[in-house]
Design a protein around this ligand. Structure first.
Ligand code: M6R
Length: 357
């Protein structure tokens, strides 16, 4: 039940700190260390390449997961949109492992790939919120999200839960391969949960951003580099899905290769700047769009901020920033939808789970 909340989406956004803590608990052993099932760990360690297959928001979580698994566990990862993968399968490695990411566990496009993969005799792990769902039953292994029921069509807490579970998978694998990461994930996730709470307490700020930048616009761009780019894709999907504003996420460096032609006087451009190594270059991209008339809204992270920033996120581990940088984007989308009089929880033309191919 949504209780005192006007919409499920708002309630589910607010549940994210709690979900983070539930995940920490669920994947913790008696010694207080993060742990995953031994058979899953073995299959991850044995594979020579991971193929992540998913749709929509779950695909966006997969892009972040690739970054985690490659940088922590040093296993190469490809991320594929399920509906493309089933008709255009790439050349597979010798010992592939498939990871299906699906909130509902019922997405038909992902299931079609799982069926093909099982026919070929490959191993599959499903990361899902729903125990006993089709994708969970038909895969060899399951990791649960522990996010509780997600009712709003726009996925929010499942996205951050997917990212946290992928971080745990990457981290536990890295440790068991003897790789030293220089940080304790369990501790960093605790910091994330607190930061999420702080962010959820700043709602008036996002409401202001939504009413300043988005009430009458036809379109909106999200730009970022590196891991911020993946969050931009998710921010854009959230906004278009529930507010019907045409929104696109772009890699900052790609703008000048075509997209910048779309920038007009007043075009809102939301930029994420949470990564030190690309901080100067994404700010350069912001200058390029401002020179063409864009209305910029920079969201940065403490330690990297400048006077021009509209919102500064609390400092967290740099690799884990998607867990918090997405929250302002979820809430900006929520308020944009609300202000434009759209049906926040049940946007037009969409269903919560897409059970047709
Ligand atoms: O249940 P799934 O995670 O497999 O669903 C995949 C997509 O249909 C889903 O994430 C969709 O993109 C959401 N409505 C986005 O908010």
């Amino acid at each position: 039940e949504k209780g005192t909340y006007p919409h499920y989406m708002l309630k589910e956004i607010d549940e994210q700190p709690l979900v983070m803590r539930k995940i920490i608990q669920a994947y913790q052993n008696e010694k207080g260390e993060l742990e995953i099932a031994e058979d899953i760990l073995n299959v991850v360690k044995e594979c020579d390449r991971i193929y992540i297959v998913a749709c929509g928001t779950s695909y966006h979580a997969g892009l972040v997961g690739k970054q985690f698994i490659e940088s922590m566990a040093k296993i190469p990862v490809e991320v594929h949109v399920a509906s493309e993968f089933s008709y255009n399968m790439p050349l597979l490695s010798e010992k592939p492992l498939f990871i299906f990411i699906s909130q509902s566990g019922e997405t038909a496009d992902s299931r079609a790939v799982l069926v093909q993969v099982k026919e070929k005799g490959y191993k599959a792990l499903t990361i899902t919120n729903v125990p006993g769902s089709t994708l969970s039953r038909e895969a060899d292994f399951t990791m649960l999200l522990h996010a509780g029921p997600e009712i709003a069509v726009a996925s929010t807490k499942a996205y951050t839960a997917q990212i946290a579970v992928l971080a745990i998978l990457a981290n536990v694998t890295a440790k068991s391969r003897g790789l030293n990461l220089g940080f304790e994930l369990i501790h960093e996730l605790g910091i994330i949960a607190n930061a999420m709470e702080t962010l959820c307490d700043s709602k008036e700020e996002y409401e202001k951003i939504a009413s300043e930048f988005l009430p009458f616009t036809r379109n909106c761009f999200f730009i970022g580099r590196s891991i911020d780019y993946f969050v931009c894709l998710e921010g854009a999907l959230k906004l278009k899905e529930i507010s019907y504003i045409q929104a696109e996420g772009f890699a900052g460096g790609e703008l000048k290769h075509g997209t910048i032609a779309l920038i007009e006087d007043g075009t809102p451009v939301i930029a994420l700047a949470t990564q030190e190594n690309v901080n100067w270059s994404i700010r350069g991209n912001v200058k390029e769009v401002v020179a063409r008339g864009a209305n910029p809204c920079i969201i940065s992270m403490a330690g990297l901020e400048t006077d021009e920033d509209r919102f500064v996120l609390p400092a967290v581990n740099e690799l884990l920033t998607p867990l918090i940088s997405v929250i302002p984007l979820q809430l900006i989308a929520y308020y944009a939808s609300l202000h434009r009089g759209c049906d926040v929880d049940k946007p037009r033309n969409l269903a919560k789970s897409v059970t047709v191919e």
